[in-house]
Design a protein around this ligand. Sequence first.
Ligand SMILES: C[S@@+](CC[C@H](N)C(=O)[O-])C[C@H]1O[C@@H](n2cnc3c(N)ncnc32)[C@H](O)[C@@H]1O
Length: 235
Amino acid sequence: MTSGTVWGLGVGPGDPELLTLKALRILRAVPVIAYPAPDTGESFARAVAAPHLPGGQTEIAIRMPLGDGQFPKAEIYDAAAAEILSHIEERRDVAVLCEGDPFFYGSFMYLYERLAPRCPVHVVPGVSSLMACAGAAGSPLAARNDVLTIIPAPLPEEELRARLAGAEAAAFVKVGRHFAKLKRVIAAEGLTATAHYVERASLAAERVLPLADVQEDRAPYFSMVLVHRRGRAWR
Ligand SMILES: C[S@@+](CC[C@H](N)C(=O)[O-])C[C@H]1O[C@@H](n2cnc3c(N)ncnc32)[C@H](O)[C@@H]1O
């Protein structure tokens, strides 16, 4: 039986110009778009894609608790997968808008898991916040044989210390309310002076600072800290 296709579309880190040409083509062509959205308020992924939307598309807002420390219940993904599948069975393609890249800590994987056994699902990679933050900070992530470690800041302090101790280059994601703890960990390794803090990379509100200059003990959800043991990867 022929059916529609589900597209996991990476929409990039925030700047609407950072969509790929492929994502743009599919975004404009599909009759249905779906996107994660907070319990109340606007979807970040939809806002990124908004300037490109042709109008007249059916929209599925997948409402879920979003942000620091939030892991939506399985039932939310079950219901969203069922709604998407109802369009697919009617041969309507569905694009699921994903912030950054769909498979880099992206919730799209939970829809993929449910939908891929049942219909064609394709992932269109996106510009990840990791790349956007490195570019904004003017700090290459890794060079030569460096091992780059991605570390979620919500991990316990001892684990953050152990992970950073073994890392040549590290990117801390999900900083949010874990910022004070993270700053202690980086200071204990003697890396504060060369670490970079990046908030809302590629958006108009982008903020890039040496970590040493950031006074706050909380950061927004869309923030990252980059560290390289040599100070800069090119050294
Ligand atoms: C659940 S992960 C999703 C990552 C996304 N799939 C990607 O490829 O960028 C969310 C984390 O990515 C980082 N992030 C996402 N967008 C960002 C941005 N525009 N600026 C800084 N950090 C960002 C933050 O650390 C945030 O807590």
